[in-house]
Design a protein around this ligand. Sequence first.
Ligand code: CA
Ligand code: CA
Ligand code: CA
Length: 452
Amino acid sequence: MKKLLAVLLVTVFVLMLFVGAKGSEPLFVSESSSVSYEEAVPDEVIVGFKEGVNLDVARKNVENVINGKLAKKGLKNFAVFKLPKGISVNAVKAILSHDSNVEYVEPNYVAHAFSVPNDPYFSPFQWNFYDYGMLSNGYASKYGIQAVSSWNITRGAGVKVAIIDTGVAYEDYFDPVKGQQYKLAPDLANTKFDTANAHDFVNNDAHANDDNGHGTHVCGTIAQSTNNSLGCAGIAYEATILPIKVLDASGSGTYDAIANGIIWAADHGARVINMSLGGSQGSTTLYNAVKYAYDKGVVIVCAAGNDGRPILSYPAAYSECISVGATRFDGKRVRYSNYGTGLTLVAPGGDTSVDQNKDGYGDGILQQTILQSSTSPADPTQFGYYFFQGTSMATPHVVGVASLVLSVHPEFSNVQVKQALISTAKDLGKAGYDKYYGYGLVNAYGAINWKP
Ligand SMILES: [Ca+2]
Ligand SMILES: [Ca+2]
Ligand SMILES: [Ca+2]
């Protein structure tokens, strides 16, 4: 006898950190520190001259001494010089400390026309979204996904994203069968949902409510309501979310439900599918569903798994899927993250066992979800902000970025979206593709500017 499909369970790839939040109060009462850049033009320096000096002579002298070229005259007594290769600003500073015409020497810093979202937890907790060099609690975040500069160009409008998971807290709804009340998460209040096509393949109804918390957290990373002066930000916060429930309150579900969810997503206009889930077995039913969506042009993004082993879970292991491993604040692969040939990309999944930005919290991924408890079931009527970690958290980063790409380039095929993601990823580990980091860390700003 063949094994019944129903015994093949999948689980969500999340390791939760319960921080003991009670009630609907947010976890933090913290003032938000400001986020800034540490970037300068690499081969330029600004030299300021003392009042009253002959600027023509002074500039010529600097050119000679540093063996550089005058690039731009300032309107007052400063000028920009092009540095020869290998000469640092500090070296120039040392050399010009003997020049009596010179008042100061400094890097030619770059300002960015970006606006940091006003969501109070964005800084310092959402380092995973930052541009390279932005500060989280005074520590440079060098391995975020560069969402901030991307938001000047797109916020994901016009793209439908299916979240195939435990459901999403996307509506106020009383379920008469279960006698259970569900609520819309406050920090999803401005997020767009395709409520008409939401579907629950666990209870077989049209209400994909979340009774676990996993799917709502994933949804937050993709499209938390942003610039609403509340809680956290999301990556593609103008995208439209299609909630599809295939996992139950314990975070498990059957392959038939997942296959149905994938087919449903493809048939209801999703351009991107998030699957922060997986099982250890391949399956014809699952593969056929993946192939169906793939052939319809859907970008399918799946978690690699949290076993810390050299093996990819299913459906991540299928070549039609973009498989995602997890990194942490310092850009290193997190120990739980599965790897192997076939791993496509990595993204921040967090590591709550360390506090590398020293903000007093383990470095997980922070989003809002329904109230978690280690002693009783999650409460879908109350909410808190939680640090989760896992390849489940890494996956929606890639989904968010894929959505930003499709918002700028709705004409792109799923193959082109993947190309945009992998050819602009920040290479980590061994040079070039490797089995621990795939093509590297997903890079939103690079991906949305990629040209075929
Ligand atoms: Ca928010
Ligand atoms: Ca931390
Ligand atoms: Ca590499």
